[in-house]
Design a protein around this ligand. Sequence first.
Ligand code: ADP
Length: 494
Amino acid sequence: MIGTTPDNIPDNLFRVLFEKSPGSLLMKANPPDFTIVAASDSYLRVNSLSRENVLGKGFFDVYKKDIDESDDLLARKIFNHIIRTGEKVDVPVYRFDIFEPGADVKTLHYWSFSNNPISSGNSREVSYILSTFTDITAEVKAKEAAQESEHRLLLAAEATGMAFWELTISDNAFSYSQQMAEIFGHPPGTAITLDHIRAQVHPDDMENIVIKAFQKALIEGSYFYEVRVYWPDESLHWIRTKGTVQYNKNKEPVRMLGTIVDITESKRDEIRKNDFIAMASHELKTPLTSLKAYLQLMETKLSGTTDPFVKTAVVKSGNQVNKMTALIHGFLDLSRIEPGKLKLIRTTFDICALIDEVLTESRVLSNTHSLRLESTGELTVNADRAKIGQVISNLVNNAIKYSPRGSYVILQCKANDGDVVVSVTDEGIGIKPKDQEKIFQRFYRAEEDEYRNISGFGIGLYLSSEIIQQHKGKIWVKSTEGEGSTFYFSLPVV
Ligand code: ADP
């Protein structure tokens, strides 16, 4: 309880102090009147009242017209409670609209009230009630705006079928927005746990993707994966989750938050597209094979001809057929690259010998460039020989495609820190830094004018990078525009 005026402060000074204090009103504890005995200037200003109009009047007489019945009752309850118990009562948020200076209409305002009991002398009896208030309109509005924007975000998320989730790392506490249950095939509003969700993830994806992504996220700070999940009705769906990790000041991961969406439809489209590519390429292979056989026959039959046009026409047709065959094989591989479809057949072999073979083959197909293997010796790897051969061949073909006739294409293979590193260097047009990050993506091609005449679908490097990643190796490029490029890949040595 707050005591009364200390004897050593003159009454006058005390009155002035009170009148200058922010938002204060002093009332007698004399129900039912609650006579106002002092009011601060700011209190009067906010309420558009004059001191003469309030002093000596009952609190409820002054506010009768401004507050409605329920508030009137509430205020009486509060004041009576203070008198009865001697306890202070706070009203954290109270709406009371006021006239701003010079305005004709009231504007919305929120206040926070604190009502304190005051007793005279040593008596424990409450003689006065001191009511102080603070204008909290700005805070309330800011909070409302934040709630509103959160609400809008939730609505937008709901409309796009997105769910939010949050995971506390220390105790695995998991919270999520409403949409989550539906994404995992449960009726809306079903309570689900992290264990439920984990149990629904396809076991292969759990082991190969989720666990790894989680571990990576704790270190790198971002979380991303696409996995298959089984709904309770046993149908298979796809989800994509993206998240971010929050750390404490000791850089320890504390919380993970993110979004999750059902991507089944787009995945099914992708699978359908892949199946189509696989089918079409497969169908094209047969007529191409017989076309090639006929061309080879023709070449043999025409070996004695002296007509230069016929001779070159047959050779060029053969080259074009070879190009088409390579493209079709590329498409077939593309469709096989989907999870689980690309199977590696590993053997142990010398990679330098493989490079030699690929170069011999490339020289037969095109004699426009000088192809050279600069390293000697043997380097053994345990890998899928045909697929690694395909990677080397892709890189060599690109080096030829993107560099001028007559230039060098140099290959090297070296042992480096437990890895074998193969490099293919050309003296070609090079690659802009902005494209260097993207050329390993599916269907990506640099869109410069000089590339327009060079045919391709942007799948060679994508396939190469998928093959190398399946082998747990790395693939990368260093390039200077106008000077040339070096593509590297590394494989763990046996
Ligand atoms: P494609 O050659 O069929 O377009 P790739 O996946 O093999 O597809 O290559 C993707 C892109 O990378 C190419 O379109 C080209 O822009 C660029 N690129 C690849 N190799 C080289 C190279 N040796 N020199 C310059 N650019 C290259």
